[in-house]
Design a protein around this ligand. Sequence first.
Ligand code: CA
Length: 227
Amino acid sequence: MSVPVILLVEDEASQRAVLNYNLKAEGFEVLQAADGEEALLRAQETPPDLVLLDWMLPHVSGLEVCRRLKSGKDTRDIPIIMLSARSEELDRVRGLETGADDYMVKPYSVAELVARVRKELRRTRPTTMGETMSFEDILLDAASHRVSRADQDIKLGPTEFRLLSCFLEAQGRVLSREQLLDRVWGRDIYVDTRTVDVHIGRLRKALMQHGGTDPLRTVRGAGYALG
Ligand code: CA
């Protein structure tokens, strides 16, 4: 099970430190940004699984960061929880329809914030949260790291397991080789896109080891999809 990555965008160092400490204690990996510009750079470099975004930021406002992330091809699906100091700001965030997925007014309880983070991640990245996911007769239990098809165990290597997790979370959408590289290998590692094809081949073979049809679809010029 991979650890969910949270991008924490907050200009006040003390608040950032408290959230960083608590989120790490809850088992999340935390990336930090102290202003809007840094936030956008970080999100491009390493797409996080969720963004905690302060509304009042120097240079580029939280609102603008939210708008840009929600209009970016690679970042639009990342859930954003906006943090604001006053409820009037919150009303504006809602009124402006920034595309933020949730909002919290300061001072918030850290426990409540963590609960909302988990709620968003269960929706968007269920396998990182130890949920069970299925497609037809294929079942992936992220907590126990087990995969089965038609009730028969399927042994998968760590890369193939992450690939299958991505496909299950994408729910029928086509994932490009580049998207799979980012999600499975990460952006900092240089891996050839042909490597993706090799691991897709292994995943297909593993999923069909007890019979059954090929559940993965190759979409010419676009990538792969489950179902
Ligand atoms: Ca602030």
